[in-house]
Design a protein around this ligand. Structure first.
Ligand SMILES: [Zn+2]
Ligand SMILES: [Zn+2]
Length: 148
C-alpha cells in the first residue's frame, strides 16, 4: 500500500485551493439525479483520509437534500465536494486534482439512473439505487420499495 501523501488541487479559476492526504485513493462515480443536475454527468469523488482536507478561497455550500450539501466555487462554479449532513464528511470532486488524484475507479452508485448516453468501462462495483440505499441510507429503503 502506498504511503500517505498529500495531493493538491484547485477549481477552474484557481480561487479555491484544496489539499488532502491519500494513501490508496479510491474514485467513486454517482449517477443520482442530483449529481447529474449539478454537474451534467456522474459526480466523480475521491476518497481521502479523514479530517485531512484543507480548503482556502470562496467556497459556497448549497444544502441539496435533508442529508447532504454540495459546495462550489463562488467565482467559477466548479463543483468542489459533496458533504454528509450527519457527520460532515466531505467527498472531494476528483476533477479538482490532476489525474483524479491518481485514484482508481472502484464503485458506481445509482447505476439504474445512468442515462443511455454513456457508460463507464471496467469491472468495478456497480450498485443500483436499491443497493446504494442499502449501503448508505437503509432508513430510506422501505419508502423506496413502496414506490417501485
Ligand atoms: Zn473557481
Ligand atoms: Zn449522486
Amino acid at each position: 500500500m502506498p504511503a500517505p501523501h498529500e495531493i493538491k488541487g484547485q477549481c477552474l479559476c484557481g480561487a479555491v485551493q484544496v489539499s488532502a492526504m491519500v494513501d490508496n485513493p479510491i474514485v467513486r462515480a454517482c449517477h443520482c439525479d442530483m449529481c447529474r443536475q449539478h454537474g451534467s454527468g456522474p459526480f466523480f469523488s475521491l476518497q481521502t483520509i479523514a479530517d485531512s482536507i484543507a480548503v482556502t478561497g470562496p467556497a459556497t455550500t448549497f444544502k441539496s437534500s435533508d442529508w447532504g450539501a454540495r459546495a462550489f466555487c463562488s467565482t467559477c462554479g466548479s463543483t468542489l465536494w459533496y458533504e454528509l449532513q450527519k457527520d460532515g464528511t466531505r467527498n472531494l470532486s476528483a476533477g479538482l486534482f490532476p489525474d483524479a488524484g491518481g485514484g482508481t475507479l472502484m464503485a458506481e452508485y445509482f447505476t439504474d439512473k445512468c442515462p443511455q448516453a454513456y457508460a463507464l468501462a471496467g469491472d468495478h462495483e456497480k450498485l443500483t439505487t436499491r443497493e446504494t440505499l442499502a449501503v448508505f441510507a437503509p432508513e430510506y429503503l422501505e419508502e423506496y420499495d413502496g414506490q417501485v
